[in-house]
Design a protein around this ligand. Structure first.
Ligand code: ADP
Length: 211
């Protein structure tokens, strides 16, 4: 085990894209590779007991295709990531954090600034909303996602993405943004993400460590 102290801010990759762009698919695969720890905000919300006030809030907002308010979202995220660090599931001194679904607007990005050092933002881009809606309808059936089953909710989620989430790209503007064509096969999207990871100095340093 290396003796390096944990970094002040988590070394982080963001996966950003419209609903259906494949953030979760890529996040899961990356998270199964040693030294990448995947955290999907939507999964954290879905794991809440829907009888609790927070669980009810999630159902209320997500069923309309809206974002859960920022204060509760960021609090929940903080608590969840702390649990993962305390239980050594996520080891900040040697792992990269792969975030999917958070931050979801500029306000959240600002709140999280003191916790995460964003090394790359992988933007899974797919202007073809018909293709994304097709993927969501398929997922609704397979994964029992109530927020993907209704056409009006799907359209509202796209509108929320355009208005609230996409501006994050300007917030992090610069070399950190990697645009990836999300209509490609999942394996090719993964290949493009890994190519973006492997040009980083932080990656090269990690590669030298024997863990
Ligand atoms: P997808 O992968 O299709 O984009 P998610 O599973 O990430 O969807 O999120 C499902 C729902 O959970 C969102 O529509 C939203 O209501 C809520 N949610 C997830 N992450 C956040 C967040 N960071 N801020 C506010 N609401 C969120």
């Amino acid at each position: 085990m290396p003796d390096a102290p944990p970094p002040e801010r988590f070394r982080t990759f963001l996966i950003l894209g419209a609903p259906g762009s494949g953030k979760g698919t890529q996040g899961k695969v990356l998270g199964s590779i040693p030294r990448f720890h995947h955290l999907a905000c939507g999964d954290v919300f879905r794991s809440l007991d829907t009888r609790t006030p927070l669980g009810q809030k999630f159902v209320e907002y997500s069923s309309r295709g809206e974002l859960v308010p920022d204060d509760v979202t960021v609090q929940l995220w903080n608590a969840n990531v702390k649990q993962r660090v305390d239980s050594h599931m996520f080891k900040p001194e040697i792992d990269f954090l792969v975030l999917d679904g958070i931050p979801r607007n500029v306000e959240q990005a600002k709140f999280m600034e003191s916790h995460i050092d964003v090394l790359r933002v992988f933007h899974l881009s797919c202007p073809d909303r018909t293709e994304l809606a097709r993927r969501l309808r398929k997922r609704a059936l397979k994964d029992n996602r109530f927020d993907d089953a209704n056409e009006a909710v799907i359209q509202n989620r796209f509108a929320t993405y355009e208005a609230e989430t996409k501006p994050i790209l300007d917030y992090y503007a610069g070399d950190r943004i990697v645009d990836i064509d999300a209509s490609q096969a999942p394996a090719k999207v993964l290949y493009d993400i890994l190519a973006g990871v492997m040009t980083l100095d932080a990656w090269k340093e990690l590669e030298k460590m024997k863990i």
